[in-house]
Design a protein around this ligand. Structure first.
Ligand SMILES: *Cc1c(COP(=O)(O)O)cnc(C)c1O
Length: 375
């Protein structure tokens, strides 16, 4: 089945199945069989598993063409489970503009555990190779990156990982399974903040790990999910399954709106630079065409002429775009990134990150047109 069909029909309802939509199973505990030992429903206790979570994990595994999925209460809870599975002495390679929460995990939460890290420009394969150390165990890929919109050549980095005996995780939150399937390029684990495009409506928090192989690493990381208990609630799982049904209808609109807006902004005299993989002027446009499946996603970063004041003025002058963090919802959002990045801010002061929604592209462009006149 293709992605569109998979996300609607790709998992069985494991209740009696007469409802077209599954019920939300709130019970935390499930009855044992007559023999007192077995669990006829297949469920024991909802920290381990629950029917809504089971259905969600089947859908996400199928969407990413993986063999297994573990869902979490947030994207960073999913990321944390990966880091918890490392051993002391391990070294991690991260992109220099990786999502700042991931960097906070290694830098702050693991500072006392002898897990070290290095940052590198992962859009440069040679720079990536020279950053690998003898104890590097994990290479963390994020493509396109957030908010730098830099692409990583997944095949090339996977080849490096094989050469140096590392495993790879790809944060696929921005590209989504609609535009990239990292597992098919040999990545070991895909990470999602399902809070973003997969959830799609800015009303749920969630994360997921999808595994290429159901191997020992999967078994070990699943202990952090099942024993650690940072799991999504049955309602969040149900809501996310509901969102997944329309994901394939939403995603191409995000992408085509973003391309139209990026092309408009690129021509505007008050915009210094537009970063969007779909633009012909984008330095890695060829890689994007080669690696992304017929579209470029819904995220744009722009540099506004001037500095912080002009950038903030533009945010304030927009009417449809709301000035807020996060991304991937049906509504368009814009954000002055530097002011939320904290200590190791990567973004220049005139950078605005735009999450292009699924409104009319004409209305979105008109909104920028009137706002840019006020800057
Ligand atoms: C939002 C985000 C995360 C973190 O996910 P949460 O659901 O907020 O915990 C990780 N990676 C990327 C690329 C994100 O955009």
């Amino acid at each position: 089945m293709k992605l569109e069909t998979t996300l609607i029909h790709g998992a069985k309802q494991d209740t009696d199945g007469s409802g077209i939509m599954p019920p939300i199973v709130l019970s935390t505990t499930f009855e044992r069989g007559e023999d007192g030992l077995t669990y006829p429903s297949g469920y024991l206790y909802s920290r381990y598993d629950n029917p809504n979570r089971h259905r969600l994990e089947e859908l996400l595994a199928a969407a990413e063409k993986g063999t297994a999925c573990l869902s979490f209460s947030s994207g960073l809870a999913a990321a944390l489970a990966i880091f918890q599975s490392l051993r002391s002495g391990d070294h991690v390679l991260l992109p220099d503009d990786s999502y700042f929460g991931v960097r906070n995990i290694v830098e702050k939460l693991f500072s006392g555990f002898d897990v070290t890290y290095a940052l590198c420009d992962m859009s440069d394969v040679n720079a990536t190779e020279s950053a690998i150390r003898p104890n590097t165990r994990l290479i963390w890929i994020e493509t396109p990156s957030n908010p730098g919109i830099k692409l990583t050549d997944i095949r090339a980095v996977v080849a490096l990982a094989k050469k140096y005996n590392c495993f790879t995780v790809a944060d696929n939150t921005l590209a989504t399974p609609y535009y990239t399937n990292p597992l098919s390029y040999g990545v070991d684990i895909v990470l999602h903040s399902t809070t973003k495009y997969l959830g799609g409506h800015s009303d749920l928090l969630g994360g997921a790990l999808i595994f290429r192989e159901k191997n020992e690493r999967f078994e070990f990381i699943s202990q952090f999910q099942k024993t650690g208990g940072a799991v999504p609630s049955p309602f969040d799982c149900w809501l996310l399954c509901r969102s997944l049904a329309t994901f394939s209808a939403r995603m191409p609109i995000h992408s085509s709106n973003a391309l139209k807006l990026a092309e408009y902004l690129e021509e505007h005299l008050k915009i210094e630079k537009v970063m969007y993989p779909g633009l012909k002027s984008f330095p890695q446009h060829e890689l994007a065409r080669n690696q992304m499946n017929g579209g470029f996603g819904g995220m744009i970063s722009i540099l506004v002429c001037g500095g912080r004041d002009e950038a903030l003025k533009l945010c304030a002058a927009l009417n449809i775009f709301r000035h807020a963090t996060s991304l991937g919802g049906v509504e368009s959002l814009i954000e002055h990134r530097r002011s939320v990045e904290g200590e190791h801010a990567w973004s220049p002061d005139n950078l605005l990150r735009i999450s292009v929604g699924i409104e009319s592209a004409d209305d979105l462009i008109a909104d920028f047109e009137q706002a840019l006149e006020q800057v």
